[in-house]
Every structure is written in C-alpha cells, then in structure tokens.
Design a protein around this ligand. Structure first.
Ligand code: ADP
Ligand code: TRP
Length: 326
C-alpha cells in the first residue's frame, strides 16, 4: 500500500506557446518536486489559452507539446493526476456557479486583465472572467496548495475571496487554498528584460533545437559598460544565469561581474552550455513522447478519469449547497 501523501497540490499551465525557463523555474520544477511527498494535480489550461489564442491548430498542437514537456521533465502520471482542462468539463459548471457569486468589482481589479488589454489583446468575456475559471480549476479539486509564479498571486487571492464568499453564503463547502509563491525568486526576466512570457516573444524555450536556443541567449539585452568596469547585476543575463547556479556559483558569478575583463559574449556562451546540460537528459524522453502521440493521449485520458472522479464529488457538494440539486 502506498504511503499517504501529505497535501493536495494543484497547478496549471496555459498552452499558449512553447514552455520556457520562466515556466520551468516559476512553477514546473517545483510541481515535479512536490509529487514525491504530496498528492499532485497538474493540468494543461487549454480553456484559458483560448482567451488569447484564436488559432485552432496552434492551440491543439501547443496542448500536446505542453503535455510532452511536463512528462519529459519528470511529471509521473503514476504518482500524480495529469490531464487537459477541457477533458474535465465539470470545471465550466463550477465557473458558472462561482460567476453568480463573484462581484464585477472583484474582476475589475484584476491586473493581469488590464495588462493584457494594455498590450493590445482584444477584451472578450473569457478574458474578463479568466479569474473565475481559474478559481473553479482550483476549488473543483479541493486543492490546498497552489504553486505559481509571482504574477499569479492576485488570481489566487481572488480564488480565496470567491471560496470564502461562497462558504459564507452557503456554509462550509469549499476548501480555501494557500498560494505557494517561490519566496526568493522574482519573476524570471525575458531576453528583453521584461517578464519572460509566451505572449511577449522574449522567451528561452526549454526544448527548442540547440541552434535556436543559442540564438535566443545571444540576444539577451546587455549594456555597453566598458569591459574593465564593474557590471550591473540587476540585469537579465545575470538573473537568468543565476537560476542554474548554486549559492557558491552565484557568488562567483557576482565577483566576476564586480571585477575586470568580463565579456558578455562569454557569459552568454556559458549560459547556453548550462541550459543544454540542465535539460539535455530530458531531451530523449521528450523526442520519444513526441513521436508516440497515442501513448501521450492514453496518459491524459486516464488522468482525466482520475480528475473527473474528484471533480464530480466536489461539484455534487456545491450543487447541493447552492440549491442546484433540487
Ligand atoms: P506565460 O506568461 O508565459 O503565458 P503562464 O501564464 O502560462 O506563462 O504561466 C504558467 C506558470 O509559470 C505560472 O505559474 C506562472 O506564474 C509561471 N511563470 C510564467 N512566466 C514566469 C516568469 N517569467 N517567471 C516566473 N514564473 C513564471
Ligand atoms: N492562470 C495561470 C497562468 O497563466 C494558469 C492557470 C489556470 C492556473 N488555472 C490555474 C494556475 C489554476 C494555477 C491554478 O499561469
């Protein structure tokens, strides 16, 4: 008999583009670690990605690729529950129920919505109520811990708000989850210095071909400080490189930045080698999955079944509490 796992940990990722170092360090690596001691629920948020990705072919291939990435990096479908969001459509019913109790004022405060609009994304109702769908994702599985990057903090606060409000109205029904935001790290910067994001075209992907990864790394913005002057460490190249170093390695890099003779081109080449070394061991597995779609679909299918059985139980509780079960 397997030992009881401590907590139910859940998170999701949008298949809105190729997964990148920000996704890896902000969320994926931590999720994969969590599965050893906890009951891990992990899904590909394809309903969410629809809000900004109106291309059917791209959405479906990104969804498959994101699943391959996660599995290649070590997400173990035997230990965890791993599925595609739309294969558990119960989440849309909970979204509707929560929508009827979520205030418009709460949605209006969502900074991620405002950021997306500011970047020229056309507002649609899905984008506006994105946080309600996200709350439903979390609450439908009685999640206790939700590991995400810093940019998702507000969405988790909104989820807690919706759960508390529902419980106050109908009695204790929903588990109020705790966010788990990487304490030390800031958001991983992209090659242009902004937050690395699939929608900013500034990412370093985890599993692209070598040549393309190298090209991206060579494009990381740097300054024109003279080679013998100390360099600014609050910069994307330093920050990204640091992610691959232990404490001693980070100190050593910092003293190279403080000293003379540091050339950004060398540092970029070293970073490229670190990236290839770090993800190299997972590449074969990634290729094997990519060329065996049936195997991947089977894994996702059985994950969806496991997820559905939990979802049905929670939804039944919500239906009874709210009067939908008549
Ligand atoms: P993207 O912005 O690339 O579309 P998502 O919104 O799908 O990424 O994020 C998936 C997960 O990865 C979330 O938990 C998010 O907080 C995390 N994440 C995304 N970008 C970064 C980043 N630059 N630094 C740290 N974590 C990130
Ligand atoms: N909104 C999250 C992001 O962009 C993805 C997501 C959807 C999610 N549903 C979730 C994360 C539930 C955690 C829990 O990163």
């Amino acid at each position: 008999m397997s030992a009881k796992k401590n907590l139910r940990v859940l998170s999701g990722i949008q298949p809105s583009g190729a997964l990148h170092l920000g996704n890896y360090f902000g969320m994926m690596a931590r999720m994969i670690k969590y599965q050893e001691e906890n009951e891990l629920f992990c899904f590909i948020a394809n309903y969410h990605a629809m809000t900004t990705l109106p291309n059917s072919q791209t959405l479906s291939s990104n969804t498959f690729n994101a699943a391959c990435d996660f599995l290649a990096l070590g997400l173990d479908p035997e230990k965890s529950t791993f599925w595609v969001q739309s294969d558990v459509p119960q989440v849309t019913e909970l979204t509707w129920i929560l929508s009827s109790h979520a205030s418009v004022g709460l949605m209006d405060r969502a900074t991620s919505y405002k950021d997306k609009i500011a970047r020229g994304i056309k507002p649609n109702m899905g984008l506006y109520s994105y946080p309600v769908l996200m709350a439903a994702d979390i609450l439908l599985f009685d999640s206790q811990i939700v590991p995400v990057g810093k940019d998702q903090k507000q969405h988790l606060e909104m989820t807690r708000d919706m759960a508390i409000r529902f419980n106050n109205t109908f009695g204790e029904t929903l588990i109020v989850p705790e966010p788990d935001i990487e304490k030390v790290s800031q958001l991983v910067p992209g090659i242009d210095g902004q937050k690395m994001s699939k929608s900013y075209n500034n990412t370093i992907p985890i599993f692209d071909i070598e040549k393309k990864i190298r090209k991206k790394i060579m494009k990381i913005v740097t300054d024109t400080t003279d080679v013998d002057e100390p360099k600014d460490k609050n910069t994307p190249l330093f920050q990204i490189y640091s992610l691959f170093l232990d404490h001693a390695g980070q100190n050593e890099l910092a003293s190279r930045y403080d000293g003379k003779g540091l050339q950004y081109g060398y540092i970029k080449q070293e970073l490229f080698e670190k990236v290839m070394d770090h993800f190299g061991p997972f590449r074969d597995k990634r290729d094997q999955l990519q060329s065996n779609p049936t195997q991947v679909y089977e894994i996702l299918n059985s994950g969806a079944k496991k997820a559905q059985s939990v979802a049905n139980e929670v939804l039944d509780r919500v239906r009874s509490a709210s009067g939908i079960n008549y």
